[in-house]
Design a binder for this molecule. Sequence first.
Ligand SMILES: NC(=O)c1ccc[n+]([C@@H]2O[C@H](COP(=O)([O-])OP(=O)(O)OC[C@H]3O[C@@H](n4cnc5c(N)ncnc54)[C@H](OP(=O)(O)O)[C@@H]3O)[C@@H](O)[C@H]2O)c1
Length: 194
Amino acid sequence: MKYIELNNGISMPILGYGVYQVPDYEECKNSVLEALKAGYRSIDTAQAYNNEKAVGDAIKESGIPREELFITTKLWVSVYGYDKAKKAFADSMEKLQLEYLDLYLLHQPFNDIYGSWRALESLYKEGKTRAIGVSNFHPDRLVDLISFNEIKPALNQIETNVFYQREEDHEVMEEYGVQHESWAPFAEGNGDFF
Ligand SMILES: NC(=O)c1ccc[n+]([C@@H]2O[C@H](COP(=O)([O-])OP(=O)(O)OC[C@H]3O[C@@H](n4cnc5c(N)ncnc54)[C@H](OP(=O)(O)O)[C@@H]3O)[C@@H](O)[C@H]2O)c1
C-alpha cells in the first residue's frame, strides 16, 4: 500500500474502501472484513450511512492492529453546531468502538459550518481524531473556512473520476495544502465506466 502525507504530517493510505449505500448490517460487516483481508487499510464511513456499528464490528473481528488502520467518518448536516457535533462524534465513536479516529469530516458545506468546524478543532486538539477535514466543499467555501479558522482542513473529499476531473478544485486545494480525495472514483458504475 502506498501512503500520502497530510498537511499535519500524518500518513494516509492512498486507496480506501467506502461503505456508502450498504446499510445492511451483515453485508457491510462482511464487505469490510473482505476488504481488510484483501489489503485495504483505510475505511470510509459516515454517520449518514447508518453502518458505523457494522464497520466497528468488522474492525474488531479482523484483529488488525489499530495503528495499521485509517478510519474516516463524517458528521451529518442535521447535527451541525458545536455542541451537537461533539455529541454526534461521541455517538459515532461508540458505534465504531474506537479509542480514537483517524479522520473526521464535515460531510457537506451547509448549516452551521463554523460552529461544527470549531467542534472538530477541539476534538483534534484533544487527540480524539488524528486529522480533520471536509467533504463536498467547493473552492469558495473551502477558502472561506481556511481564512477564518485556526486549523486548516487536512483533506477535502469530493466527487472525482475520469468523467469529472475537478481541475479547478484541485488547483485551489494544492495552493492551500489541502489533500484532494476522490469519492465515486468508479463514477458509481455510470457512463459505461467498466
Ligand atoms: N463524501 C460524500 O459525499 C460521498 C458521496 C459518495 C460516496 N462517498 C464515498 O466514496 C465511496 C465510493 O463511492 P461510491 O460507492 O459512491 O461509487 P464508486 O466507488 O465510484 O462506484 C461504486 C459502483 O461501482 C460498481 N462496481 C464496483 N466495482 C465493480 C466492478 N468490478 N465491476 C462492475 N461494477 C463495479 C458498483 O456496483 P454494485 O453496487 O452493483 O456492486 C457500484 O455501483 C463511497 O462508498 C463512500 O465511502 C462519499
